[in-house]
Design a protein around this ligand. Structure first.
Ligand code: FES
Ligand code: FES
Length: 159
């Protein structure tokens, strides 16, 4: 995506939703605390509610939930649906994108192990020790099913 049509001080979330009809990323807390607005910028998870456009490099690849499915839904999407992982679903667009970045980074580094439930919980709570690790909040309390969905999707992604 090019950012030539943006105001430098505009947040990435509004640029995506209002100028590019990308409604996957959600506005929830608005202050980088929950992860509902997470998108990927050049493969890295970014909280779009607070990321100003002038910090997004020109020509950067921005991925949102909207573009995740190809010919068929992505394994993360299929797992979320098949396990009914959400209640309201508001958190899931951000969680799916954050998990996608995490799992793709592990796989690119040659780690094809399915993460344990404890590793998934540490990822979701932002306590896994990675640089820049951030937490993801589900206000409905559907975390157990979300963990199960991530585990199932990871099994497919590492094959
Ligand atoms: S809406 Fe961006 S982190 Fe909560
Ligand atoms: S399913 Fe409602 S916030 Fe997570």
């Amino acid at each position: 995506m090019g950012s030539g049509d943006s105001e430098a001080s505009e947040q990435l979330l509004y640029w995506l939703r209002e100028q590019h009809d990308q409604y996957g990323p959600k506005y929830a807390c608005g202050v980088s605390q929950c992860g509902a607005c997470t998108v990927l910028v050049d493969g890295a998870a970014v909280r779009s509610c607070t990321r100003q456009m002038h910090t997004v490099p020109e020509g950067a690849e921005v991925r949102t939930l909207d573009g995740l499915a190809g010919d068929r839904p992505h394994p993360l999407q299929r797992a979320v649906v098949s396990l009914q992982a959400g209640q309201c679903g508001f958190c899931l667009a951000g969680i799916v994108m954050g998990v996608l970045a995490w799992l793709e980074e592990r796989i690119a580094a040659g780690d094809r192990k399915v993460p344990s439930d404890d590793e998934i919980k540490a990822f979701l709570s932002g306590t896994d020790g990675r640089e820049g690790a951030e937490n993801y909040i589900c206000r409905c309390g559907a975390h157990q099913r979300i963990v199960a969905a991530i585990r199932d999707a990871a099994k497919e992604m590492v094959r």
